[in-house]
Design a binder for this molecule. Structure first.
Ligand code: FAD
Length: 447
């Protein structure tokens, strides 16, 4: 490692943070998981990223890539390896005003993107949290407040600049390396380090956004009515139902229907939102017209020692009702995890299932459960959690990689159906035959 490190020191223009050095204590942590890497590299240029990749290969060290650092499994750090932290590659530039083309550094966060785009009346459908990274969220999906109108975040990507395992810089788009372009839209960090994305942003007005809350006792009817309404609602409406929130009373916590109506016309917004208000006894309603950028919340990092176990799946139209029935029952029980159900469909479903490496286009909702706490609390909750997922299993399908704290073979199979996986494995063989980029929901190079 020593001679590799000497070469790196000569070539590298960014920060090299080592154990005992200044800033190591914070650099070793991703947002949700702590590690003890041999070094954390913060490149400031594409050439630095190339040098970092060459260093990891020459030193024979495990390599983690960190975008915004919010990945649930903690792939953004490791023990004893190299972390390439992209946070200094975070510029956001509107490169073509007419076509709304935006170039975004691979380490930018959605808050940084929204801050640059908002004054121009532009937005990209992303997620709900400012500190989440563009890299991790986009490479495996991106379900945000405009998902039913504009699709996943990855559906707005038109090109990317990628540093491969061989340390080369390649462009990926519909015209250049189209197979790589297909793979990075769903296949995660398996194919290289994306140093810059090019997105098409969308014109945005202010939007109606907020929360309509109902008593926990009305969960069952509210959830069924919510799903029925969303099925035929205008695509301007995107919504998330969340309940059994341990921070708001657990099983007694109100059912919260979060809504975003993509438009500033009050009559049209009321038409889309009033049927939700009529689903039960409204105990709180703070829906208001606000800039799209203000719908994004600040992320918070849990204190060290707190683990988050998040698990997800999809349900299609035939199964939504049964899934919501089970979840309403589970949510009322003593040991319920936090549950959230996100509407998808709309523009997501209009993209053919094999157009990108994100395969879950037919789903009507994405559901997730989260248990958080110190290790013993999380372990104690595990049997109840397993029992819930065993009940859900006959009615759900797949998994959403971005809301998955584990990375078993079953998880990878749930994210990537066989046809998708096989195509990704063939592309992996071309761009990363030695599986350098393995700290992810890993696709192994085809043999
Ligand atoms: C508080 C919170 C809110 C969230 N809200 C949403 C939401 O609204 N919608 C949604 O869809 N998801 C959401 N997520 C999930 C989120 O999309 C994932 O956690 C995602 O992995 C975070 O990306 P990141 O870049 O911040 O994380 P990181 O941990 O930095 O990245 C995760 C992995 O992605 C890969 N990666 C990241 N950047 C690059 C890059 N530039 N090049 C190559 N590989 C890269 C690496 O393999 C990396 O290990 C949320 C998560 C949290 C914790």
């Amino acid at each position: 490692m020593n001679s590799a490190l000497e070469t790196l020191r000569r070539e590298f223009g960014g920060d090299i943070v080592e154990p005992g050095g200044e800033g190591y204590e914070s650099a070793r942590r991703s947002v949700l998981v702590s590690g003890s890497p041999a070094c954390v590299l913060r490149p400031t240029s594409v050439a630095d990223v190339q040098a970092g990749v060459r260093f990891a290969v020459a030193a024979g060290l495990l390599l983690s890539v960190r975008g915004g650092g919010h990945g649930f499994p903690g792939f953004g750090t490791n023990d004893g390896g190299v972390v390439i932290d992209l946070s200094r590659l975070a510029s956001v530039q509107i490169v073509d005003k007419e076509r709304h083309l935006v170039r975004i550094g691979g380490g930018a966060t959605w808050g940084q993107v929204a801050a640059v785009l908002a004054p121009h009346g532009l937005a990209i459908s992303s997620g709900d949290t400012k500190s989440v990274g563009v890299g991790g969220l986009t490479l495996t999906g991106g379900i945000g407040w405009k998902v039913r109108k504009y699709g996943l975040a990855l559906d707005s990507v038109v090109a990317a600049e990628v540093v491969t395992a061989g340390g080369e810089v390649v462009q990926a788009s519909a015209d250049e390396n189209p197979e790589l372009f297909w793979a990075i839209r769903g296949g995660g960090g398996n194919f290289g380090i994306v140093t810059a994305f090019q997105f098409v942003a969308h014109a945005t007005t202010d939007v109606f956004h907020g929360r309509i809350a109902f008593p926990a006792s009305e969960a069952s009817g509210v959830l069924q009515g919510w799903a029925d309404h969303l099925r035929n609602a205008p695509e301007e409406l995107t919504s998330v139902a969340s309940f059994a929130n341990p921070f708001a009373g657990g099983p007694e916590a109100p059912v919260e229907i979060w809504v975003a109506f993509d438009g500033d016309n009050p009559e049209l917004a009321a038409e889309a939102l009033d049927p939700i208000r009529r689903l039960g006894t409204v105990i709180d309603d703070d829906v208001a017209l606000k800039p799209y950028a203000d719908t994004l919340v600040d992320g918070m990092a849990p204190p060290p020692g707190i683990r988050l176990v998040t698990r997800s799946a999809f349900a299609d139209q035939e199964n939504v009702s049964e899934v919501l029935r089970i979840l309403a029952e589970v949510g009322a029980s003593e040991r319920s995890p936090f549950i959230a159900v996100r509407s998808v469909g709309g523009a997501v479903a209009r993209v053919p299932g094999d157009a990108t490496a994100y395969a879950h286009r037919r789903a009507e909702v994405m559901l997730m459960t989260t248990v958080a706490g110190p290790e013993p609390v999380v372990e104690a909750a595990r049997p109840a959690l397993e029992a819930i997922w065993a009940r859900l299993a006959p009615h759900v399908d797949g998994a959403y990689a971005n809301f998955l704290a584990s990375a078993t073979e079953e998880d990878v199979a749930a994210i990537y159906p066989t046809r998708t996986y096989d195509r990704l494995a063939a592309i992996k063989r071309r761009y990363d035959p030695g599986n350098l980029f393995a700290q992810n929901h890993n696709v192994r190079p085809q043999e």
